[in-house]
Design a protein around this ligand. Structure first.
Ligand SMILES: NC(=O)c1ccc[n+]([C@@H]2O[C@H](COP(=O)([O-])OP(=O)(O)OC[C@H]3O[C@@H](n4cnc5c(N)ncnc54)[C@H](OP(=O)(O)O)[C@@H]3O)[C@@H](O)[C@H]2O)c1
Length: 260
């Protein structure tokens, strides 16, 4: 590795990014495209994916497609993996980014709310990762899985009532470690990212009260919320040769939030 390009280039790689219709998923996909990867954008709102795919293809000279996908439906995951393979080739980078943030008092949280949080944030990443890894194992190729956890996979929240969310994101972190161990012999590296508060559609509601935003800013050593584009470097690092000896770890991108 004697050049920046060799360390960080993703030319020749094929990435799937879930939740690529808004927020952090768009930035993850953009980062991979900037580094040269061909990208498949997956989310339920398929109408948003086509224009983004065209923008990435034109701006970064990569191949990009959108595949309307509900990640909680196994049949959709099968279709996604097959569509990517048919149009771009076997995917070797997976960013399990899609997620939802159900809230509600723990003592009255409806079963359905709990179930949907776990289904989307924990079960679906596992179901997609296993399909992704199977194809790599069958075709004897190495790969990368990047799971989008959260600071709330590492610590609890004193501001928001997020029992289902926090349980799912903590589960995703230890799932990351287990998959890293099981798939290390195949050269499939599995890591997680734990972002702090970054304004997106998902956090709009929580940020609506200025006092909540101020509390989060005060609780963050860097004194401010993050920007979606501040995830780009982490995504490229975890997808590229630069992190070839990194697996089973959680990288916090949180302005120092979990450090004190
Ligand atoms: N923003 C933050 O402060 C923050 C902090 C820590 C962690 N995170 C995590 O980062 C990830 C992205 O969050 P965000 O802030 O970018 O939120 P967002 O703007 O609401 O994006 C969530 C994405 O997930 C997709 N999604 C949700 N359910 C889905 C399903 N069943 N099937 C397919 N796609 C689904 C949505 O697409 P469709 O609705 O089109 O399906 C959307 O693209 C989440 O996992 C979140 O927990 C965010």
């Amino acid at each position: 590795m004697n050049s920046l390009g060799e360390l960080f280039s993703l030319r020749g790689h094929v990435a799937i990014v879930t939740g690529a219709s808004s927020g952090l998923g768009v930035e993850c996909a953009r980062a991979l495209a900037i580094a040269g990867a061909d990208v498949a954008l997956a989310a339920r709102r398929g109408d948003r994916l086509g224009p983004l795919a065209r923008e990435f293809a034109e701006s970064y000279g990569v191949r990009a497609i959108g595949v309307a996908t509900d990640i909680t439906a196994d049949a959709d995951l099968d279709r996604l993996v097959a569509a990517v393979e048919a149009q771009l080739g076997v995917a070797d980078i997976l960013v399990n980014n899609a997620g939802i943030s159900p809230t509600g008092r723990a003592e009255t949280l409806p079963r359905a709310t709990w179930d949907s949080g776990i289904a989307t944030n924990l079960t679906a990443p596992m179901m997609l990762a296993q399909r992704f890894a199977r194809r790599l194992i069958e075709t004897r190729q190495p790969g990368r899985v990047i799971n989008m956890s959260s600071i709330y996979g590492l610590v609890a929240s004193s501001i928001y009532r997020l029992s289902a969310y926090n349980a799912s994101k903590a589960g995703l972190i230890n799932l990351t470690r287990q998959l890293a161990i099981e798939w290390a012999p195949y050269g499939i590296l599995v890591n997680a990212i734990a972002p702090g508060w970054i304004p997106t559609e998902a956090t709009e509601g929580g940020m609506a009260k200025p006092q909540n935003r101020e509390r989060m800013e005060r609780a963050t050593p860097l004194g401010r919320l993050g920007r979606p584009d501040e995830l780009r470097g982490t995504i490229i690092y975890l997808a590229s040769a630069a992190s070839s000896y990194v697996t089973g770890t959680v990288l916090s991108v949180d302005g120092g939030y979990v450090s004190w």
